[in-house]
Design a protein around this ligand. Structure first.
Ligand code: SF4
Length: 132
């Protein structure tokens, strides 16, 4: 079954073809394709995206010194905003339906400080959410 952690349930909607490396990007495309037809198992640790990330070591994010702690905090906030919990199962379309209601709070809290903002801004869905 496909596994996704909290912040990926939000950020993945804005994938625009960019990522850390070719292997990571290929996996993102594969996860998105699977998400269209498979139920998603919500988890609170490294998921099907993290497992292909060059920064994952011993199931921890090593992007920078504080990354693992910050990512876990983002996961908690994302699940709280989406009103979901780890252990639940959900469809990708159902999650997408919640994004318009929570986008601005998420954006104000995280996007401005995020290294991936320029990539997300290329996504039609991200632009649509910003205009709302
Ligand atoms: S800019 Fe960063 S925090 Fe905002 S949606 Fe994109 S990846 Fe997520």
């Amino acid at each position: 079954m496909l596994t996704l952690r909290g912040h990926h349930l939000i950020c993945l909607h804005f994938f625009s073809g960019e990522g850390y490396d070719a292997r990571f990007i290929e996996n993102l495309r594969d996860v998105l394709k699977r998400a269209e037809g498979e139920e998603i198992d919500i988890i609170s640790t490294a998921d099907n995206i993290c497992t292909r990330c060059p920064y994952l070591e011993d199931y921890k994010c090593t992007y920078d010194e504080k990354a693992d702690e910050e990512i876990r905090e983002m996961d908690e906030t994302a699940l709280k905003l989406l009103n979901l919990t780890a252990g639940q199962k959900i469809t990708w379309q159902a999650v997408k339906g919640y994004i318009p209601d929570i986008f601005h709070e998420w954006h104000d809290r995280y996007c401005n400080e995020c290294d991936w903002k320029q990539a997300c801004e290329k996504s039609d869905f991200y632009q649509e959410m910003e205009r709302r």
